[in-house]
Design a binder for this molecule. Structure first.
Ligand code: ZN
Ligand code: ZN
Length: 335
């Protein structure tokens, strides 16, 4: 079973203790990166969105960065296409299950769902399969560092795998021919802290083969210390942190589409500064852009048959509405 754990497996100070080593990551040379998107296959009016010059290269990796500690191979378009097997139908939906209010306001919650729909151009279905009884039986433990309870990811993953399978079986009963699953990705969101086996905590976990995942916003909150994120911003941060609520909401948007991207087969990006870059900490997340690089945009366009121009227009309006300053500046280059 292929599972990606997003985020650090140990608290930041543990990572700092054993990761003092130089990064082995070598940037892919520019002339090679430029060849990764075959512009001849892109309609002329969409080509500007794949213009290499509008995207930043992946930044230098320091000893704490994801790529230093998790050397990963590049996922080329060819590899992605082979792995995806078939494109995702227009009728496919993304299922989101909320275990709680996810630390968002009601308005932010609605806006997050809108954002997912604009990003993937697929309908989002909200489910509520975690009844109070089920929640009460989820394995949990007390974390002394945060003085809070944590939920084990395994139980949650099992429940959504079963529900996704049930949806599949119900669909088979109603369809004459075997068709693609109606549910292309299933993500559980919670504001409760999560842990996996042998880990102190995890941001989340995704099973790319089964297209299911769980993610927590707990570590974005400054309620716990000593690793308070927004009090310790480094200079390479690109997210505007003057408004903490906006910054947190942008990070939630970022992570949610990153995780769903994994469920649709996208690997981590090592070509550009990109939404699909791996991330070792919330500090690192603050240095990464929300948008996709040309290579990942090309993959997603292929998988979902995206209308790139409409997508860009709608996402730009979303960034303006929410004052995602760095994304507005980036998006306006294409006007
Ligand atoms: Zn990831
Ligand atoms: Zn990328």
């Amino acid at each position: 079973m292929y599972t990606i754990v997003y985020g650090f497996l140990y608290p930041l100070f543990h990572v700092m203790l054993y990761c003092h080593r130089p990064s082995k990551y070598k940037r892919v040379p520019e002339h090679k990166v430029k060849k990764l998107v075959n512009l001849k296959t892109v309609p002329e009016h969409e080509r500007k969105y794949y213009n290499h010059d509008k995207y930043d290269p992946i930044p230098e990796q320091d000893e704490y960065s994801w790529l230093t500690n998790n050397p990963e191979h590049a996922q080329t378009f060819k590899k992605y296409k082979k792995q995806l097997k078939t494109c995702i139908s227009k009728q496919a939906k993304i299922y989101i299950c909320l275990l709680d209010d996810v630390g968002l306001t009601v308005q932010q919650h609605d806006d997050l769902i809108d954002f997912i729909q604009l990003w993937f151009q697929r309908q989002v279905v909200i489910t509520n399969i975690f009844t109070d009884d089920i929640k009460a039986n989820l394995t949990s433990r007390y974390n002394e560092q945060t003085s809070d309870n944590q939920l084990l990811t395994t139980d949650i993953m099992t429940i959504i795998e079963q529900h996704k399978q049930q949806l599949h079986e119900e669909q088979q009963l109603h369809e004459e021919k075997q068709q693609q699953d109606d549910c292309c990705a299933y993500l559980v969101l919670t504001k409760q802290d999560l842990y996996g086996k042998n880990t102190n905590f995890v941001f989340g976990e995704a099973n790319t083969r089964l297209g299911v995942g769980v993610f927590s916003t707990y570590r974005f909150n400054c309620d716990f210390n000593p690793n308070c994120v927004l009090d310790n911003i480094n200079q390479s941060c690109i997210i505007d942190t003057n408004n903490i609520n906006t910054a947190k909401f942008q990070m939630v948007c970022h992570i949610v589409v990153h995780e769903i991207g994994h469920m649709l087969g996208l690997g981590h990006c090592i070509y550009y500064s990109c939404n699909m870059n791996g991330c070792n900490s919330v500090f690192e997340l603050l240095t990464q852009p929300l948008h996709l690089c040309p290579v990942d945009l090309y993959k997603l366009k292929y998988a979902l048959d995206l209308d790139i121009i409409t997508r860009h227009e709608h996402l730009t309006q979303f960034y303006v509405k929410h004052n995602f300053v760095n994304e507005i500046a980036w998006a306006n280059q294409f006007c």
